[in-house]
Design a protein around this ligand. Structure first.
Ligand code: MRU
Length: 350
């Protein structure tokens, strides 16, 4: 049994009566400040600006944004609420394109509203609570399932931030790592910096330190060297979207980790709740890949580090083909190749 009070101390999103408090991830690790959003549009902006980030967390924040928008409608009828909230749902949906959890959470909120009567305010609030609660439960379950695959004494490498900061709590890939450390299976944890936004350097190793987990930061470009020298037995990552054939969109750089892992015989695990599975998208080629401001590459901490006039290209996700993945861990179980069939079966079984 995992001591969650010890191994899960941070919360990224907290709804409080008439506002959503978001731990401002742009300012971590040195400042723990909260951005208070009182409108859905403020939440949409916070998602676009990466105040809150990570696929499940942006879905949860968007769900609470719909609750906030509902509150502003006061005693409106359910018919009026459906009409007024539809453009809000669309603006939230447009905040970031790749993580399907955002669209998934908004679809759930739309569904709750569609089935509600004049108690619609209570129904949308209950739905947001359920989305958040179910995500935490999924992460804990995935932690147990994923950790069970890891042989004692293993070294693991993770990319980006998939922890409590990116979810309702505990994390996806980081949940498996937390569980594996708690069970004494994992001997070494490595985290990539995750350029250019530095989710690994600024967030993941900080989260690990809060739990007292000994994690070592590496440059993104050191990953293949670590694998080639036998220090890593599993690469464990999260996902922003998993397609019907098992291709996985995740933070830029995941693909090159998967290629290096296969080259060196290192196992590759993707950990994501079912809300990340998008059976309506056939393959990785169909996933919209977010491109962010090239300025993220041209400077550091507000200071330009690259010569004026240089162009930069900044796609922030890539797609790892199913063939490079050894296991996809969801709360419905550990899926193995062929992933198209495993995903279809897990969908039908639910
Ligand atoms: O741009 P980000 O920081 O939102 O990207 C996050 C990732 O790519 C994570 O790996 C993914 O969302 C899974 S988080 C549990």
């Amino acid at each position: 049994m995992i001591d969650y009070a010890r191994y899960d101390r941070v919360r990224a999103v907290a709804f409080d009566a008439d506002r959503l408090r978001l731990l401002d991830q742009r300012r971590l690790p040195f400042e723990q400040t909260f951005l208070e959003c009182r409108t859905a549009d403020a939440v949409a902006q916070a998602i676009a600006d990466l105040v809150v980030r990570g696929a499940p967390a942006i879905g949860i924040a968007a769900a609470w944004a719909v609750v906030l928008a509902g509150l502003s409608l006061g005693t409106a009828s359910v018919a009026q609420a459906r009409l007024a909230l539809e453009p809000v749902l669309e603006r939230l949906h447009a905040a970031r394109p790749t993580a399907v959890n955002l669209a998934w959470a908004l679809a759930r909120m739309r569904g709750a509203l569609a089935h509600a009567g004049e108690d619609w305010q209570a129904r949308v609030r209950a739905e947001a609570e359920a989305i958040e609660r179910e995500d935490l439960a999924a992460n804990r379950r995935m932690g147990e399932l994923g950790a069970a695959r890891i042989a004692p004494g293993s070294g693991v490498l993770t990319h980006c931030n998939t922890g409590s900061l990116a979810t309702a709590g505990f994390g996806t890939a980081l949940g498996v790592i937390r569980a594996g450390v708690a069970q004494g299976r994992i001997a070494r944890v490595f985290a990539t910096e995750t350029r250019p936004w530095m989710q690994g350097a600024r967030l993941t190793v900080w989260e690990m330190r809060e739990d007292g987990i000994d994690a070592t930061l590496i440059a993104d470009s050191a990953a293949a060297h670590l694998m080639g020298t036998g220090q890593v037995q599993w690469v464990i990552v999260g996902a922003d979207r998993i397609t019907a054939r098992g291709d996985v969109a995740n933070k830029i750089g995941t693909l090159q980790l998967a290629i290096a892992a296969r080259h060196f015989g290192v196992k590759f695990m993707v950990v994501a709740p079912w809300s990340t599975v998008d059976l309506a998208t056939a393959s990785g080629a169909d996933i919209p890949i977010e491109e962010r401001d090239p300025a993220e590459l041209l400077g550091h901490a507000g200071r330009r580090t690259v010569a004026e006039g240089v162009r930069a290209f900044n796609p922030v996700f890539d797609v790892t083909p199913a063939a490079l993945i050894d296991a996809i861990v969801t709360e419905r179980g550990v899926l193995l190749a062929p992933f198209d069939i495993a995903l279809r079966e897990a969908s039908a079984a639910a």
